[in-house]
Design a protein around this ligand. Structure first.
Ligand SMILES: [Zn+2]
Length: 459
């Protein structure tokens, strides 16, 4: 970055964010006043109004609240009991999109749930209840998502799905088993301790389980919140900075992803004071219902398909603002590695830049349309493996570091200032659908998308 005015603005942004409590205060409001902000809750609607009003106060040029329909889910009851070899009851929670069911079957434990674990016990799975751990198996060279493990159980003919948290602490872990659609077979989450008790029971003989679930799947409406700063020279060219603001219904969603939402808002607040230095537009988007299917971001991309060709870059902040080292993960656009590494050197702000496409957060609908994207995230506090406190009742405000929010907000704002001023020689053209397909194939993700029933390619 060159130019006195830009250097001055850069320093003002650092000082502004580093001495501001706005991000943390916004997060307190989102978590303590509006709860989880899960799709369909009253807090979700209140959070939408709150965030839209904040963006207006920050002085962006326009704020829109964009409604869309989707398939919603409301938690009801869930019970898990053993019938044989002894009768007992086990604590469990329904997983989003689980419907209403009353089934019985034998417990089939598949450990970490590698594809070969499914293959080895294929004969036992049909008509029975598969239990797998949240841990990604070491022999699979990519993170293995809950949706894939559920999809593989379904494909092998399981009658029910049990999602056992790997980390101890009596915390069941939630997470949707389908995206934006009712699940075919019921699924519940159990803590590591409950899973271990079930495994001990299995040493006495085959474990016959009964799973009873009662949840509501119904059509609902949600809203994307979009604040735009219009570029002074190229208003049609734009960057997107976005994060989901919903958490899971049984948590405050403070780290996942209230933190990312307030980091997005804070970067907006600081940048809106420097419009004269923003030649291109920036859209700050707060997405709802990410947790149950990236639904807000899919809705946004669908509604703005004609403008996607003008979207030069999408930065997703799902996982930003958490304590720990921050990573920038390019989504298959390796040509941007040098751009971001030299930007970090110039900012004197070390950031690990890696490149790996993923399909599990709000950048993915943009990437599907060929938009260059990255996700910025840090390792959260708490258990080191898996999701940390994310997706559990323990994802609460006390885990949040106000300093970490400020750090990632100023990194975001400083990068946006630079990206916005890169008006020539942008090295990342949009990719075609076929190129995106190739990237997914190289990661072994095409087959996974089929298991997850969200394969979006012709053949
Ligand atoms: Zn998230």
């Amino acid at each position: 970055m060159s130019g006195e005015a830009l250097t001055k603005a850069d320093r003002e942004i650092i000082a502004d964010i580093w001495t501001s409590e706005a991000a943390y205060e916004n997060l307190v409001t989102l978590c303590d006043d509006y709860g989880s902000r899960f799709g369909g809750t009253p807090g979700e609607r209140l959070a939408v109004e709150f965030m839209a009003n904040r963006l207006r106060e920050y002085g962006v040029d326009s704020v829109t609240v964009e409604a869309f329909p989707y398939q919603g889910w409301v938690r009801g009851t869930a019970r898990l009991e053993s019938v044989q070899p002894t009768a007992a009851s086990f604590d469990c929670i329904g997983l989003p999109y689980c419907g209403t069911a009353d089934i019985q079957g034998d417990l089939v434990f598949l450990g970490h749930g590698a594809p070969e674990d499914y293959a080895k016990k294929r004969g036992q799975i049909k008509g029975n209840l598969v239990m797998v751990s949240t841990q990604s198996p070491a022999q699979v060279r990519r993170p293995m998502h809950r949706m894939e493990k559920y999809g593989r159980a379904l494909e092998a003919g399981a009658a029910g799905f049990i999602w056992m948290r790997e980390e101890p602490g009596l915390l069941p872990e939630t997470g949707s088993i389908r995206f934006n659609a009712e699940a075919e077979i019921p699924g519940v989450g159990v803590s590591r301790e409950v899973g271990a008790a079930l495994q001990r029971l299995a040493k006495k003989g085959p474990v016959r389980l009964r799973m009873v679930t009662g949840n509501v799947n119904q059509p609902m409406t949600s809203w994307n919140v979009v604040g735009e700063i219009r570029g002074h020279t190229y208003p049609d060219r734009y960057l997107v900075i976005g994060a989901h603001f919903d958490g899971h219904d049984l948590s405050q969603g403070a780290l996942d992803d209230g933190a990312g939402a307030v980091v997005t808002m804070e970067a907006c607040r600081a940048l809106a004071k420097h419009k004269d230095l923003l030649p291109k537009s920036i859209r700050f988007i707060l997405f709802p219902v990410e947790e149950i299917g990236l639904i807000g971001s899919h809705a946004y991309v669908d509604a703005h398909l004609a403008e996607m060709k003008n979207c030069e870059f999408m930065l997703n902040l799902d996982g930003a603002g958490r304590p720990g080292d921050t990573n920038l993960v390019l989504q298959g656009f390796g040509e941007l590695q040098d751009v971001f590494e030299s930007m970090c050197r110039e900012m004197k702000h070390p950031l690990t830049v890696t490149n790996r496409i993923s399909t599990y957060s709000d950048m993915y609908p943009f990437v599907l349309e060929g938009v260059p994207a990255a996700t910025m995230m840090s390792v959260s506090g708490g258990p080191r493996s898996g999701r940390g406190w994310g997706h559990t009742a323990a994802d609460t405000l006390d885990k949040v570091s106000p300093r970490a929010l400020q750090m990632d907000a100023l990194t975001t704002a400083r990068m946006a200032l630079r990206l916005c001023n890169l008006t020539e020689n942008w090295p990342a053209p949009h990719k075609s659908r076929a190129q995106i397909r190739e990237l997914l194939e190289a990661e072994g993700l095409l087959e996974v998308l089929k298991f997850e029933r969200r394969y979006a390619f012709e053949k």
